[in-house]
Design a protein around this ligand. Structure first.
Ligand code: G3I
Length: 346
């Protein structure tokens, strides 16, 4: 039955609810659903990356998410190692639970991420592929995952982090076997699976000038000119106090993509306050960094939203000691959250 379910999930035949892998349930009470932040509460979506374990087990975490944010990105639950751990066997239980919780609380959903060189299962990253085989495996994965959430995901990070810091192509299995065209294959498969989802190219460290930013813009330009179905570029904006990109710099970046006909989004923002004795005004510096990004996104019509990479410091991928998010380790809002709300509210 499990194989049939996996196959059914692959064929998207209803009746195999969680696509194998056991179902996960996040209990969103009617009361919480009723208290959830309204999508039109902000002029642009204010999102957070969500994790399935704390959403299921930590009421405070889920409450903070539901009442603060208006968009949800699964932090890890839609990645290849989770969704297709073995070839042809799909495990959608965790992603289903996060998408259901997001919809129950009226959130927009960003899908993350279809093709990346990290968090791949070994059957993908370690095999000796021919180009034809690997392209078929990629297309089947994208078709199954994007198809499953067709109509429920507003934006997909189709390809994540294609470049190294020096602007060279990351030597992923995708690039090694397929060359640069792996990007086009991924975008065309995603468009075919959900014609209405907005398709993004997502990168870290490309918020300001530099070789990676140049490489990303050149790729986006070439994809557009080549008729590849790309709609936007995600700038992750993982940054720190004292070195965050300014509003003006982000605005310049947004506008340079808008001239290519592309939307932009801040997709994974966090602002580290280095461990140790925080500068007296560390929280204020952090609030300024978030405020700069929010102002730039609000000002640029082509910026589709701002997502922070976690609900609170306790569950940040950076570790609570880096204090990177607008809600602290105890679930209390910081000056950064007040700044985001002030700038993004109508
Ligand atoms: O699932 C296993 C679990 O079974 C095991 O017990 C546990 C301890 O070893 O590890 C768990 O896997 C972890 C996974 O997150 C799920 O929690 C991995 O070790 C850990 O490395 C992985 O980290 C994620 C990281 O991507 C991987 O590169 C972070 O949570 C996630 O926030 C981070 O997100 C990425 C974006 O997707 C892309 N942009 C950069 C960003 C930060 O790296």
């Amino acid at each position: 039955m499990r194989h049939m379910c996996a196959l059914a999930a692959f064929l998207l035949v209803p009746g195999c609810g969680d696509g194998g892998g056991g179902s996960v349930r996040i209990g969103v009470s009617d009361e919480l659903a009723g208290r959830s932040a309204e999508r039109d509460g902000y002029t642009k979506p204010l999102g957070a990356a969500l994790r399935v374990e704390p959403a299921r087990d930590d009421r405070g975490y889920l409450d903070q998410f539901a009442t603060t944010f208006t968009s949800m990105t699964p932090e890890n639950e839609m990645k290849w190692e989770t969704v297709q751990p073995r070839r042809g066997e799909f495990e959608f239980g965790s992603a289903d639970a996060l998408v259901a919780a997001a919809r129950r609380t009226g959130k927009r959903v960003r899908g993350h991420t279809l093709v990346w060189d990290q968090q791949l299962p070994e059957w993908v990253s370690e095999a000796d592929w021919t180009p034809r085989e690997l392209a078929a495996v990629m297309r089947a994965h994208v078709r199954a995952l994007v198809g499953r959430y067709r109509g429920r995901v507003a934006e997909w990070d189709v390809v994540n982090e294609p470049f190294d810091a020096d602007g060279s192509w990351t030597e992923s299995v995708w690039y090694r076997v397929l060359g640069e065209r792996y990007v086009e294959i991924a975008f065309r498969a995603a468009r075919a699976a959900d014609p209405d989802a907005r398709l993004f190219l997502n990168e870290v460290g490309a918020e300001g000038p530099g070789p990676r930013a140049r490489a990303l813009r050149a790729l986006a330009r070439d994809l557009r000119r080549g008729g590849v179905p790309i709609d936007g570029v995600g700038l992750q904006n993982h940054t720190a106090i004292g070195s965050h990109p300014s509003r003006a710099r982000l605005l310049r970046n947004f506008r340079s993509y808008a001239r290519l006909g592309l939307d932009t989004a801040i997709t994974e923002m966090d602002v580290v306050i280095p461990p140790g004795p925080a500068p007296r005004d560390g929280l204020e510096q952090q609030a300024r960094a978030y405020a700069d990004a929010a102002r730039a996104c609000r000002q640029a019509r082509s910026c589709t939203g701002l997502t922070v990479w976690g609900v609170n410091d306790r569950y940040s991928w950076k570790g609570p000691g880096q204090r990177p998010l607008p809600i602290d380790v105890k679930g209390a809002p910081k000056p950064a959250l007040a700044a985001l709300r002030r700038i993004l509210e109508p």
